[in-house]
Write a protein that binds this ligand. Structure first.
Ligand code: FES
Ligand SMILES: [Fe+2]
Length: 331
């Protein structure tokens, strides 16, 4: 029995499935909400997604190849072009008709923020809006998609939680950080995210200097952290220097207990430090969370009162409440 990943309401949400540049290497196979999907770019430069199952004998199309926008199956060489239309059947005489069910059943795609997004349903919800994407003083930095052996529910809970910083992030910014979480109030944040504002004094080791844009043992950050259903979390960091660093944390459920993870950064720096160096510190932080979450099995309990909560869990509690309502909206 699945706990949330078969819920119909989740099929109408968008999920980050691949980096745009990955498509240059050929077809991509992904599993989203238990469904295997193939993704490729056709000759008209459109991103095509479809069930990863050839209409002929159901071989995985992601094991095939893409040349000049045409995806060819490895089993008997059927080929699929623009809009997922079958364009060649090597075993059939020239000009033979293509069977009516020989074309791919396309799935909704969108390309935004350097990522390919997939929506399995017919009634797609809104993608999260990041205003810095259209602001020339910001640059965007993308990261590879990773696979985590963790539930999307636990990842979202973790990304909304700041009480773990001095415990989990001791190798990066959390060492010696005050364990007390000041009172937080939830509110609607810019872009429709729901969360809270807070100030934090973080460790600023040498490895963080390029990211924070300053030296010194500690650094003060004015932050916000909020969520956009179902599994998107955004943290914004503003330094007194005027530097802003926006992190979009994107979780895509493979199934109830496995997920893809990537994050996107927007930054209004002077672009003098390489993108690689700017996000190396954030990547290390992400690995600290991954190590922690892969030790916590199963789905985060969604029923009220199962988990013991304190005021620092307010945002996670609000997310569980809204996520539960979304799941119920399908019945
Ligand atoms: S299964 Fe794909 S061509 Fe036969
Ligand atoms: Fe963390």
């Amino acid at each position: 029995m699945t706990i949330f990943s078969e819920n119909p309401a989740l099929r109408n949400q968008w999920y980050a499935a691949a980096s745009e540049h990955e498509l240059k290497q050929g077809p991509i196979g992904r599993t989203i909400l238990n469904q295997n999907i193939v993704i490729y770019r056709d000759a008209e430069d459109q991103v095509i997604a479809a069930p990863d199952r050839c209409p002929h004998r159901q071989a995985p199309l992601s094991a095939g190849s893409v040349e000049k926008g045409v995806l060819t199956c490895i089993y008997h060489g059927w080929s699929f072009g623009a809009g997922g239309r079958c364009v060649a059947i090597p075993s059939a005489a020239p000009n033979s008709p293509i069977p009516r069910n020989g074309h791919l059943s396309c799935i909704n795609t969108s390309v935004r923020y350097g990522l390919v997004w997939i929506c399995l349903g017919d009634d797609p919800a809104e993608l999260p809006a990041i205003t810095q994407e259209d602001d020339a003083s910001f640059r965007r930095i993308n990261n590879p998609i990773e696979k985590w052996r963790a539930s999307a529910t636990r990842m979202t809970d973790n990304f909304l939680d700041i009480a773990h910083f001095p415990w989990v992030h001791t190798g990066t910014f959390g060492n010696n950080q005050n364990t007390l979480v000041e009172h937080i109030e939830l509110e609607v944040l810019e872009g429709g995210f729901y969360g809270y504002k807070y100030d934090v004094v973080a460790e600023n080791p040498d490895s963080a200097n390029l990211t924070s844009g300053q030296a010194g043992n500690t650094v003060s950050r004015a932050m916000t952290t909020g969520f956009h259903l179902p599994f998107t979390v955004r943290s914004t960091i503003a330094y007194h220097t005027g530097l802003e660093h926006i992190i979009l944390l994107l979780t895509t459920p493979i199934d109830d207990v496995n997920s893809y993870f990537t994050f996107v950064v927007w930054r209004n720096d002077d672009f003098s430090v390489s993108a690689e160096d700017v996000i190396a510190f954030d990547r290390t932080i992400g690995q600290e969370d991954k190590t922690m979450l892969e030790r916590v099995p199963g789905v985060l309990p969604l029923t009220p009162r199962t988990l013991a909560c304190t005021q620092s869990d307010k945002a996670s509690t609000a997310w569980r409440h809204q996520f539960g309502r979304l799941l119920k909206s399908s019945v």
